[in-house]
Each structure stands twice: as structure tokens, then as C-alpha cells.
Ligand binder design. Sequence first.
Ligand code: APR
Length: 231
Amino acid sequence: MAKVVIFSGAGISAESGLSTFRDAGGLWEKYRIEEICQAGCLSWNRENTLTFYDARREQLASVKPNAAHYALSKLHEKYPNDIAIITQNVDDLFERAGCKDVLHLHGFLPRLRCEQCGATHLIGYTKQERTFTCKSCNGSLRPDIVFFGESAPMYEYLYEAIQGCEFLVIIGSSGNVIAMDHFALHVKISILNNLERSDAINERVYTKVLHKKATEAMDEIVGDVERFLEQ
Ligand code: APR
């Protein structure tokens, strides 16, 4: 069981050029969740929903991992059994920075999932061909993304990881979708790194709060984790 959990959200990929969701100018200011990312959208608004995720994949192809992804991948490589990398992000920037075993809580953008049998198919950054069907059962395919109102099967592994965790690092999440304060209360040491304060987070429950860009906070975070694991 990993002693350190590094939990990230959209803020860690912001410096790569991917929009966050709830900051000023974020994705949910430009799009309506209930039209393209809510349970049922694929039934009543399928084409617009698929087009939205085609655009996200196209954008993902044009960006690169940033220094925070690289620093955490290197740290994870040094302590693979002691650190769990868990993210709400659906991008593949940790993987492209060399990170193995990333737990994606909300799905994975370069992948489609069969609506019938659940088999997954990697399509990289390409558009979803509307005629593609599942290679296993011929069922219809959808983006492998957890929509609002759908179950998130990977949460089980998040809760399991938190049970065994002593040191929690949270980077770039507003706490609106996954409330994290009670995780911080459960562990010995917790670091929160967000560019700005969020109404959904009680910063008093964290051992350390860093209001700066993830890339600027990285040296301190990596140093603290290394000291903890070496003691
Ligand atoms: N470095 C660190 N933090 C940053 C940076 C940065 N460069 N830029 C922005 N942030 C912080 C913001 O201050 C904010 O607290 O990142 C957070 C982004 O919050 P959200 O946009 O709400 O993203 P997130 O918490 O990951 O959203 C959770 O919502 O719509 C869903 O499924 C989607 O996984 C996503 C979930």
C-alpha cells in the first residue's frame, strides 16, 4: 500500500495549455455540463457530445506534459511502491511524461468504451469514427469518460489508497467534484497546491497550503515527499 498519494486535477495540466473547468474562462463557462457531459447526453445529444470530445482529443494532441508532470513521474519512478499517482484528469500527460500506473478516476480521453460490453479501444487523438463499433461485440462506442450522474468505478481504488495513505498531496483541484478535506483529516501530512483558494475547500485542515502554479510548487513538494520517505 502506498504511503504517499499524489492526487491531481485540471490545475496540474493548466500550464500545458489545457483549460481547467471552473476557473475564469474554464470549460464549464463555455459549455453546459447538462448538454455534453451528463448521464443521458449520449441518448438525446449524441452528435454534439461526441464532437465535444473529438475537440478535446484534438487539443490534447497539441499540448505537452509540463515540468510538474515530469517531476512527479520521476519521483514515482524512484519510489514506485511508496507513491500512488491518482488523477481526476482524462488527459495522458502523466503517461507521456513517463509515468506508469496512473489511476484515472474520470476516464481516459484517448480511449473509447463499448456501451454494451465495456471493452475499451485506444484511438489516440483521432476523431471518433461514427461508424466504428466494438471489436468484441459490435456494440456502439462512446468516449471512455465518466459523465456527471454516472457511476465512477475507480473511486473504490481512491478510497482504498486513502486508507493506507500517510502523506497526501493535492495539486490543481477545486474540490467541487471530489471533496478532499476529509482525506486530509485522515492522513498525517497533507499538502494542498492550488493557484487560488476554492470555496469547496477548507484550507485549515491541510498541513501546508501552496498558492502558486504547480510547476513553481514542485521543488518544495518533491523535497517534502522525499524527506518523508527517507526518514
Ligand atoms: N497550478 C496549480 N493549480 C492550478 C493551476 C496551476 N497552474 N491553474 C489552476 N489551478 C487550480 C485552480 O485554482 C482550481 O482550484 O486548479 C483547480 C481547478 O479546478 P477545476 O477546474 O474545478 O478542476 P478539477 O477539480 O480537476 O475538476 C474536477 O470536474 O468537470 C469535472 O470531470 C471533470 O475531473 C474534472 C472534475
